[in-house]
Design a protein around this ligand. Sequence first.
Ligand SMILES: Nc1ncnc2c1ncn2[C@@H]1O[C@H](COP(=O)(O)OP(=O)(O)OP(=O)(O)O)[C@@H](O)[C@H]1O
Ligand SMILES: [Mg+2]
Length: 251
Amino acid sequence: MSEPETPRVAVVGDVVHRPAQAWTPTVHALLRHLRASGIAGVPEPLGIDGDVETVRLLPGDAGPACWPHQASERGLASAARLLRRVHDVSRGWQPPAGAGWAHPPAASTDGQTHVICHGDPGPWNMTWADGEATGLFDWDLAYPGPPLDDVAYALEYFAPFRDDAEAVRWHGFAAPPDRRRRISVFARAYGLTSTDGLVDAVIARQEATIAYAASLAERGIEPQVTWVGGGHLDVLAARVAWSRANRGLVE
Ligand SMILES: Nc1ncnc2c1ncn2[C@@H]1O[C@H](COP(=O)(O)OP(=O)(O)OP(=O)(O)O)[C@@H](O)[C@H]1O
Ligand SMILES: [Mg+2]
């Protein structure tokens, strides 16, 4: 979730200091597994000290600097390949006994094998260099789930499921994007053979985002407490409504 902004993260040299959660040890174990399996594009976990975790800064553009990179088809496809690679390497990994996550592991649906979903794989949580996605950070919201959850979440922002004015103003496009084509490019680069069902998957993931944010806020976890207090659930509900009303633009 990219907005509203909350200054909770400090970068000192090449070390990122972020709030630790109860489940951060699980996330660090995952990051160690991914890196040991050859994925250099996820942060090296450095430590947990009280309520602060430290991870290594990944090189490249990140945060709001992502938008021009992701606007090109090359950038778009590279992000899909990165997500697929991370999913593939997470499949079959056994979390430590008693591992906790931000969200309870999803029940297995329609036979999909679980991976570890990143949970927030928007372009702003990727690092970018030479027009391609090179890294994926901010693993706070990871959970065991079907890979389609992450594909759908990413597509909301990469397509994007936003109106033309917002796409041009905020998403780095020079002209309104061809969302259908971008969904198809992302799906193919991820390794899907069809885009069937993806729009419904995006809407379902948008609805799940509302439930996840509400649940984290109810448990007293920041920044969701602040977001929900500031009316963010209404913003999320409006996004679901947009997706339902604008299917013709995306499929
Ligand atoms: N490991 C990292 N490598 C590179 N940049 C990072 C890393 N961790 C954090 N950053 C930078 O710090 C910013 C905020 O970090 P992070 O995404 O972890 O926090 P956040 O508050 O959860 O953000 P958001 O809600 O926007 O996803 C990022 O946009 C990025 O610029
Ligand atoms: Mg982030």
